[in-house]
Design a protein around this ligand. Structure first.
Ligand code: NAD
Length: 472
């Protein structure tokens, strides 16, 4: 029996499959595929009890065709060189798919974050940042990390502070990392951006009547039955917006501790409150606890949203999955054989590189904000509002009809930062989907949406190499 493919080999297998449908020179395709830089560092940290622990960290920069490179930092025991390389490559393709002008990168520290105190995590994060700095692997124009599994705004604030301390003359220092707290140069809407992007993507997918008919579904997100695996940052927000803004019914959820089902629909906020109180999603009122967490993926539903870790769906469970649409909110949740299996059976897999690109899209907006040194909307909000009010007053005079204050304030409204961020994200998710779908249609059934999104990425990256030429 042949060895299973590593995660990076799986990503490259997908790349090769897609590249076969393009006509770029083999040398350019090889250059796009390879990791440009990868670094492994080992450093000691002091535990709270005074003992010393040796920590392993990695950072991979996959493609320098655009700078800075961009990608999250993961804290998990599964972190390895292969994993960061695979995730960095996915970042390159993801950025290209959604027209974010960055190369891809990814970092990781091999720790179980929950086994460390906040003070220990701060020491690990600052030392990791220092190692990146020492090796020229961080900077607003070089390589810009973000959160991933096991990290969040708190870690990003530590990174920004460490980098600013080390580079006091860099006026753009805050742009060295994204998804910072808003008080530390972050942007409104970043925390929920990946989950919100999953929602915008699925809403657009479900709005196309022809495609829904082909899946045996009715058009529209309203009433669609959804199961979410992993109620972390991405999974929770995806579930929340799918339910609250899309009218979808969350019929099941899985977490570390188990899985629950409720065909009539779980209230996401109530479920999260229950988990905060009891430490578990199990025992939630009106829901059935399943025998184990993996059974959650097999609940009867229209849309499955794996939002935990990679390889959640393999040939071991793929044949039992009932969803018609699988939206890869996590990175790499579907093994490549399982992905082929779904394609053959006409099940739609919305690839990770597209559907979870909301985070990097809004990170791009945050980076722009940091370089601009001004909050989006600050200059024009009042001006737009006053122009609208003057226009409405002119209409009142011309027609003799007075608008109510409610009408005035909803029509003559200047955009806040969050309005602009969500609008930019919505536009990105909709526009990118149609780009991928067009390539998919062109294939006439020869390849799936994953290959179509990869072809879209390859075309854009190859064009960058062709236009710039190769140094020297
Ligand atoms: P997170 O740590 O906030 O959440 C992950 C959740 O999954 C946790 O609640 C965890 O308990 C749960 N989980 C772990 N193993 C599980 C299992 N076997 N079954 C069910 N639940 C399980 O991480 P996140 O930021 O939400 O990232 C989740 C995935 O999304 C990762 O693959 C990440 O690479 C990807 N992603 C994240 C972002 C982002 O902006 N945070 C952006 C793009 C992609």
């Amino acid at each position: 029996m042949s060895e299973p493919l590593t995660f990076f080999e799986q990503v490259n297998r997908n790349f090769d499959k897609a590249a076969a449908f393009t006509s770029h020179p083999p040398g350019i395709l090889e250059q796009i595929k390879q990791i440009n830089n990868v670094i492994h560092f080992v450093f000691p940290i002091k535990r709270d009890d005074g003992s010393i622990e040796v920590i392993h960290g990695w950072r991979a920069e996959h493609s320098h065709h655009r700078l800075p490179t961009k990608g999250g930092i993961r804290y998990a025991m599964t972190v390895s060189e292969d994993e960061v390389m695979a995730l960095a490559a996915l970042m390159t393709y993801k950025c290209a798919i959604v027209n974010v002008p960055f190369g891809g990168a990814k970092g990781g520290v091999r720790i179980a974050a929950h086994a460390y105190s906040a003070a220990e995590l701060e020491r690990i994060t600052r030392r990791y940042t220092f190692e990146l700095f020492k090796k020229n692997f961080i900077g607003p124009g070089l390589d810009v990390p973000a959160p991933d599994f096991g990290t969040g705004p708190r870690e990003m604030a530590w990174i920004a502070d460490t980098y600013s301390t080390l580079a006091p003359h860099d006026i753009n220092a805050l742009g060295c990392v994204t998804a910072k707290p808003v008080s530390e140069g972050g942007i409104d809407g970043r925390i929920e951006a990946t989950g919100r992007g999953v929602f915008y993507g699925l809403r657009e997918v479900c709005s196309i009547t022809e495609d829904m008919r082909a899946l045996g579904l009715t058009p529209g997100l309203e009433g669609k039955r959804v199961v979410v695996q992993g109620l972390g940052n991405v999974g929770y927000h995806a579930a929340k917006f799918l339910q609250e803004e899309g009218g979808a019914v969350i019929v099941g959820a899985t977490e570390h501790e188990g899985a629950i089902a409720k065909p009539s629909g779980l209230k996401v906020e109530a479920l999260m409150a229950h988990r905060r109180e009891t430490g578990s999603i199990l025992g939630f009122e009106g829901a059935t606890d399943l025998a184990n967490r993996d059974l959650g993926l097999e609940i009867d539903c229209d849309i499955l949203v794996p939002a935990a870790l990679e390889n959640a769906i393999t040939m071991d469970n793929a044949p039992r999955i009932k969803a018609k649409i699988i939206a890869e909110a996590a990175n790499g949740p579907t093994g490549s054989e399982a992905s082929d299996f779904f394609f053959e059976r006409g099940i739609m897999v919305l690839p990770d590189a597209y559907v979870n690109a909301g985070g990097v899209t809004v990170s791009y907006f945050e980076w722009l904000k940091n370089l601009e040194h001004v909050r989006f909307g600050r200059l024009e909000k009042r001006f737009t509002e006053q122009s609208g009010r003057r226009l409405l007053t002119a209409i009142e005079h011309a027609t003799g009809r007075a608008f109510s204050e409610h009408e005035i304030s909803s029509i003559a409204r200047g955009a806040d930062e969050i309005d602009l961020v969500n609008s930019g994200l919505e536009e990105t998710m909709i526009e990118s989907y149609h780009g991928i779908r067009e390539i998919f249609k062109r294939g006439g059934g020869a390849y799936d949406l994953r290959a179509a999104s990869m072809i879209a990425a390859i075309e854009k990256i190859a064009l960058a190499y062709a236009d710039r030429g190769i140094f020297p």
